[in-house]
Design a protein around this ligand. Structure first.
Ligand code: PLP
Length: 390
């Protein structure tokens, strides 16, 4: 098995570093770079590279450079958003509430859960419908003057479902002058134009390794005028919002990856969606009982395919597929790699019997027709061999 070709259909977990990004980072790394806060020439060079990267990221996101805070990735950006908005609001002598959709990534959910350990903070999860779309009536009923932050992701990491962010923003603005809207755009950033699709959000998170950039660098865009308490304290970098010496080479990688993604977005989305649809059609036709978890007609990211395969256990399926060189995902795994029951599928009301046999294939810009052919040839017989009740 070890010499099986690898068919990588797990771009939702991480994407290969693009060669152009690696080249840009290598060129930056080859320069004598100082600490961007310093005053000598290597420091000035580092500062120039950092600010050019910031300009590029801001332009790609439709924001001003001063609104871009570099972080270590999506998880840190989500923590900064939740605790930052809350910390800023908590300066007022009153209790504060957090609202988040029931399908947020653990980076957001667990930040909210941790924040709600404080007696003055409450956290409420907003229900979603059977497609995973947030319930806007529940949102409307829940937002009030105590709401510090509303977190609704742009695209779900498990299902790829796109949330109606514009309507979320409208609903929040109608009910509150002070609630901050945060969107986790980590999955969406490689396929959607954030300048448009995340325009209404006050806080937007993204992560370089989901779009062909390096692991360990991300962004939180903070709309000008939105108060954000820092999460880490120190030298006051990133306009006092995130202390710590910046990863200049990482920022160059992120900016390059975003720039490249923007230039080819439409073509890549069309090509990847066609590959995804062929995989979906082929697997549903050839595996008895297989169904797409997200109903047809619901907008999703082009590269996501989430399937329920009754009669198989997803952990066994992933191991068996890996043995045949197919890399997929169960959608939600904890740090140990073990699969957890999916809170996303539970919130959508997917019966446990189906959720147990669910699998996520995620395609990216470098997925080929040959990858899909191979998956179509390998997955059905593997599923058949694992079925407990064929
Ligand atoms: N948010 C979403 C939707 C994600 O998919 C991920 C990563 O899987 C994260 C946040 C965390 O990002 P990072 O891996 O950069 O910490």
């Amino acid at each position: 098995m070890s010499d099986c070709p690898t068919t990588y259909l797990d771009h939702g977990a991480t994407t290969p570093l693009r060669p152009e990004v690696a080249d840009a980072m290598a060129a930056a790394r080859a320069l004598p770079l100082g600490n961007p806060t310093g005053s000598h020439r290597p420091a000035q060079r580092a500062r120039r590279l950092l600010e050019e990267a910031r300009d590029e990221v801001a332009a790609s996101m439709g924001r001003q450079p001063g609104e871009i805070v570099f972080t270590s990735g999506g998880t840190e950006s989500a923590n900064l958003a939740v605790f930052g908005a809350l910390g800023a609001g908590c300066r007022a002598p009153r209790s504060a509430s957090l609202l988040s959709s029931a399908v947020e990534h653990p980076a957001v959910r667990e930040s909210c859960r941790a924040a709600a350990q404080s007696a003055s903070v409450t956290w409420h999860e907003l229900p979603v419908d059977g497609s995973g779309l947030v319930d806007l009536h529940a949102l409307e009923a829940a937002v009030d003057g105590a709401t510090a932050l509303v977190a609704v992701m742009l695209a779900n990491n498990e299902t790829g479902v796109l949330q109606p962010l514009d309507r979320v923003v409208e609903t929040v603005r109608r009910a509150s002058d002070t609630a901050v809207v945060f969107t986790d755009a980590v999955q969406a950033a490689s396929f959607l134009d954030l300048a448009e699709s995340a325009a209404g959000a006050d806080l937007v998170a993204l992560s370089a390794h989901k779009l062909g950039g390096p692991v360990g660098v991300g962004v939180l865009a903070v709309r000008a005028g939105v108060a954000l308490a820092p999460r880490q304290h120190g030298g006051g970098q990133e306009r006092e919002r995130r202390s710590g010496t910046q990863d200049v080479v990482g920022a160059v990688g992120l900016a390059t990856a975003l720039h490249l993604a923007a230039a080819e977005r439409v073509e890549v989305a069309q090509r990847v969606a066609a590959l995804r649809d062929r995989l979906a059609g082929g697997l549903v036709a050839s595996i008895a009982g297989a169904c797409r978890t997200v109903p047809p007609g619901v907008a999703t990211l082009p590269g996501h395919l989430h399937l329920c395969l009754p009669g198989v256990e997803r952990e066994e399926l992933l191991v068996a597929l890996d043995a045949h060189g197919i890399c997929a995902s169960g959608g939600s795994s904890c740090a140990s790699g073990a699969l957890e029951a999916s809170h996303v599928l539970a919130a959508m009301g997917v019966p446990d019997r189906l959720a147990r046999g669910s699998i996520r294939f995620t395609m990216g810009r470098d997925t080929t027709a040959a990858d899909i052919d191979r998956a179509l040839a390998v997955v059905p017989p593997v599923v058949a061999s694992l079925r407990h009740d064929p």
